[in-house]
Design a protein around this ligand. Structure first.
Ligand SMILES: Cc1cc2nc3c(=O)[nH]c(=O)nc-3n(C[C@H](O)[C@H](O)[C@H](O)COP(=O)(O)OP(=O)(O)OC[C@H]3O[C@@H](n4cnc5c(N)ncnc54)[C@H](O)[C@@H]3O)c2cc1C
Length: 423
């Protein structure tokens, strides 16, 4: 395998995709070591703190700091996980971390959405300037936010109305609008905001802007009180005459102007490329859902082997044993879909049948189903906050909603397999 390297931030190399890396379930020693390391952090630091931060509904800064100190939170870590040519390290890391707790997991991994946008769309200079600011340092940790959704633009991203207008005299963009549901919105040091330059062009008229938190006009709106994932901050973000230098548009203004000119001339946009990018990022989200599902399954299995009713362990009843067997089966099946899609994305395969969407859809639905089953196995205890499975269930539900709802995943898959405009 040949792996060319590109240096994004000084001193950090990220391997280029290596098309000929075969798919294999045999993990390397490096991958096993990373899995054990992340699992140790999830078990020793994250899981014991999960109930407290879920109740507090606050960002668990001390835990993010702990992750930063051990090198789990930061661009070096992300680059190492992403750099693995098989594509399996990233889902493995996410599964282990979210096995510990999904709310805290998202508080740690939420920053990567903005980082991925800067890394994927930014110039070398922008990557070097902004990515370190997204994470801060172990002594002064920071988070970042990716703000695409709006009150009237959720599944339909083309409906984004946040407007960016170019002020030629000052070589600045002036941005106005409202963003909804932003993970880390308003508390992030760096916000990546999707705005439209020309609403008539739909999503082809969009551009991504980097906006530091201290920019006048950027304000946090209502912090959302949620069903689950409560240790992860979610809020609206208001943009009122926010001025940023033209240099803050990801990819640079020159490229943006060229792209818009092509679109206005009626030339084909890059919607196919955007779709391939979404397909490549979805398995990572699926891996998080699998982490929650596995946590619930393992908890329920242990419980069923201990709890006695009618003079025997409850697992000795087929009804309970078969439920656990089905949970294991579905979780492993979902993981295989996630690993396949992750490998495809990393090795540059074409997602002919929307395999990335398949993996996220399956993993999200398995997580909701398996965590509900776990509550049933625990009976009354499962329904109380004394036991973690009710939290697992609340956390799991978001995986059929964000990063593309289950219905939108089905839409993408049905279009891919039929080649038709299913609506
Ligand atoms: C905890 C949390 C964190 C989030 N973090 C972020 C973030 O960091 N950044 C960000 O930009 N966004 C974020 N979001 C927003 C999230 O991506 C959206 O909620 C999601 O895309 C769905 O949009 P919506 O809520 O507007 O639902 P809607 O689009 O209004 O959908 C409502 C229902 O209609 C269905 N539906 C819609 N269109 C169709 C269709 N064509 N065919 C069939 N069914 C359809 C949907 O599947 C859903 O069941 C977050 C949301 C939550 C809850």
């Amino acid at each position: 395998m040949e792996a060319a390297t590109t240096s994004a931030v000084e001193g950090i190399d990220v391997a280029e995709p290596a098309g000929e890396t075969p798919f294999s379930l045999a993990l390397s020693q490096d991958q096993k070591d990373i899995r054990e390391w992340v699992h140790g952090f999830a078990e020793g630091v994250v899981r014991p703190a999960a109930a407290e931060w879920d109740e507090r509904e606050e960002t668990p800064w001390p835990i993010i700091q702990e992750a930063s100190k051990i090198g789990l939170y930061g661009f070096e870590a992300l680059a190492q996980f992403f750099g693995d040519p098989t594509g399996l390290t990233l889902p493995i890391v996410n599964e282990e971390l979210f096995w510990g707790d999904a709310g805290i997991g998202m508080a740690i991994m939420g920053t990567s959405l903005a980082v991925a946008a800067i890394f994927g769309q930014g110039t070398g200079e922008q990557v070097g300037e902004w990515i370190p600011r997204c994470f801060g340092t172990p002594d002064d940790v920071k988070v970042a936010a990716f703000c695409a959704s709006e009150p009237n633009a959720g599944s339909d991203v083309s409906a984004v109305r946040t407007r960016a207008k170019y002020d030629e005299a000052k070589d600045e963009f002036v941005i106005n609008g409202q963003k909804a549901w932003a993970t880390n919105g308003g508390i992030a040091d760096v916000h990546v905001v999707i705005a439209t330059i020309d609403p008539d062009l739909g999503s082809r008229g969009h551009a991504a802007f980097v906006i530091p938190r201290d920019t006048p006009g950027l304000e946090m709106g209502t912090k959302v009180k949620k069903h689950g994932l409560r240790a992860s901050h979610t809020a609206d973000v208001f943009l009122d005459d926010v001025r940023v230098p033209a240099a803050n548009v990801l990819g640079g203004k020159e490229k943006l102007d060229e792209r818009l000119a092509r679109v206005r001339e009626g030339k084909r946009g890059n919607s196919q490329a955007a779709m391939q990018t979404f397909e490549a990022s979805r398995p990572t989200v699926g891996a998080q859902a699998i982490g929650i599902a596995r946590a619930a399954y393992e908890y329920a299995l242990d419980y069923a082997k201990e709890r006695e009713q009618f003079g025997k362990k409850i697992i000795e009843n087929q009804a309970i044993a078969f439920a656990l067997a089905d949970m294991k089966l579905e979780i492993d099946a979902a993981r295989l879909l996630v690993w396949r899609a992750s490998w495809m994305g990393r090795t540059g395969q074409r997602f002919e049948n929307a395999e990335g969407s398949m993996s996220k859809l399956k993993a999200g639905e398995v997580a909701v189903w398996a965590t509900e089953r776990a509550i049933q196995v625990l009976g009354g205890n499962g329904y109380t906050r004394e036991f973690p499975v009710e939290r697992f269930h609340r956390d799991a539900k978001i995986y059929t909603i964000f990063e593309g709802t289950s219905e939108i995943q089905r839409l993408v898959i049905s279009r891919a397999i039929s080649g038709m405009q299913i609506r």
